[in-house]
Write a protein that binds this ligand. Sequence first.
Ligand code: NA7
Length: 292
Amino acid sequence: MKPSVGLIGLGLMGRPIAANLLKKGFSLTVWNRTASRAQDLVSQGARLVATPHEAAAASDVLIMIVSDPPAVEQVLWGEKGAFSGLRRGSVLVDSSTVSPELARRSAAACAERGIEYLDAPVTGGTWGAEKGELVMMVGGAAETLKRVEPIFGAIAKRWFHLGPAGAGQTVKLAMNLLLALEVEALAEALALTTAGGVAGERLVEVMQSSMGRAPVLDVKAPLLLERKYPPSFPLRLMHKDLALALDLAKQLGVSLPAGSAARDVYAKILNSAREDLDYAAIGRYWDKAAGA
Ligand code: NA7
């Protein structure tokens, strides 16, 4: 029999993940701080409950995908939080991107109550979530991962077991550091090209035939060229991940000079933005510098 699944967090990522779980025939209980976001899912068969506690109590496997560490703490340990509802023998999967330290703390709290825990942040953006083709970075026990693989198969094309609790978050933060720098570097290179009197499209054309080609740049280059930035992976979340990566680096005594400079540029654009933007909006830094 299929395990009953709970999902907490119906944001840009959570909603398509939930839709894929329903499509694959899982019985799904959902909770979201803003309940109205669950409407479409309820019409597709999800059961909406009033508290994180109820979502946990109804589930063999509870997945969380909320914004940041304070959101995870609130959902788990706040009033009517999920932690108190989790049953012995159930599995908690945290797919939010948070610090490895919070992942280890959550894992330890779960272990004390006979609950299994995995950190399993994802990459692939809304595009990957909609297609059920996310990539998951997993920390925790191999046997726990085995238990949830049928569920992961409904939402992801691949998952990597990277070590004990926290290892998934460590790799996720390193991944997003890399992606943030790649897109920032593309925006810098475009600024240099256009300032030199050559259309940005020509740089992208050459890049597509070179070693510099990268799938993330394929996706973000058109946004930068058109200066349109609908959020697929929001700037506010990329900025949060850079801050988490830099915190981790500080704890570990690793210097990240380029990451640190990129964080400042992302922060500048984030602070001046009035709407929710994709992180490719880093390109606005040079529009402003050019007085555009
Ligand atoms: P979104 O679209 O910003 O969605 C964030 C979700 O987190 C959404 O369901 C929020 O509820 C929820 N949230 C945020 N703060 C809280 C608090 N304090 N309590 C409860 N729920 C909260 O993000 P994405 O879906 O793109 O990304 C989710 C994670 O995956 C994130 O860690 C990324 O870095 C990767 P709301 O609907 O606003 O009431």
